[in-house]
Design a protein around this ligand. Structure first.
Ligand SMILES: *[C@@H]1O[C@H](CO)[C@@H](O)[C@H](O)[C@H]1NC(C)=O
Length: 238
């Protein structure tokens, strides 16, 4: 071997070993800039009047009767094919002390109506464990709840509806008018979920808006859930 070819050989070995090291590190880089393992969020708000006037009824939170306004149900990671991931990380259970600065805002904007009465911790625990853990690559627990609260501030459904003359007065409204009022007020088409009151009337229960994977901005829904309201639905008082 001449001096020159030996040097060339050394250089190639050096290049190879760098390449091998990079290849070994690749999995770590791909974790660092992982694209989220879901396609979008549903941000779901519920009308308390429609939760409470059913056969099953409801229980007010221990902190008192919630405002007569839409409350957050959840922020749910979803796939474009309509399916969704759930209970993604049992090793990262809900930790109330991590969001103690948000508690009072959660009590007013994300109130529980389930029985028996509670302060909301059970509701938020369920939402985090089932849905929140599936977007933790994007939003850690505190960011997740903060994102939902911010979205709630951006999407004032009651205002959008009342601006269009649609009020929680127990009257019946056309489903298309309701959708149009929300689209006009928020900027994006909602999905409306109905339930039935104790007399069997179809009513406005939940409103779904879609949010991009940052959890910060509304977008048009890639897919809507499957379920149907009548063409006219009640908007009960609360
Ligand atoms: C979400 O939407 C906002 C506003 O359009 C944008 O700045 C952000 O980059 C989007 N996030 C993703 C992951 O697309």
């Amino acid at each position: 071997m001449t001096e020159v070819t030996k040097k060339r050989g050394d250089k190639m070995e050096l290049k190879e070993s760098i390449l091998i090291k990079l290849l070994l590190l690749l999995p770590f880089f791909s974790v660092l800039c992982a694209s989220p393992d879901f396609n979008f969020f549903y941000f779901v708000q519920q009308w308390p009047g429609s939760y409470c006037d059913t056969q099953k009824s409801c229980c007010y939170p221990t902190t008192g009767k919630p405002a007569a306004d839409f409350g957050i149900h959840g922020l749910w990671p979803n796939y474009n094919d309509g399916t969704y991931p759930s209970n993604c990380d049992p090793n990262n259970p809900f930790n109330p002390s991590g969001i103690s600065d948000l508690t009072s805002s959660l009590q007013s904007n994300w109130p529980t109506l389930a029985c028996p009465s509670s302060d909301g911790i059970t509701f938020w625990t369920h939402e985090w464990d089932k849905h929140g853990t599936c977007s933790e690559s994007v939003l850690k627990q505190h960011d997740y709840f903060e994102a939902a609260l911010n979205l709630r501030q951006k999407a004032n459904l009651l205002q959008a509806l009342t601006n269009a003359g649609i009020q929680p007065d127990g009257q019946s409204y056309s489903l298309s008018d309701i959708k149009e009022a929300i689209k006009n007020g928020i900027g994006y088409a909602p999905f409306i979920e109905c339930n039935v009151d104790s007399s069997g009337n179809s009513q406005l229960y939940q409103v779904y808006l879609c949010v991009n994977t940052s959890g910060s901005d509304f977008m048009e829904c890639p897919v809507f859930p499957r379920s149907k309201c009548g063409s006219d639905i009640e908007f009960p008082s609360f």
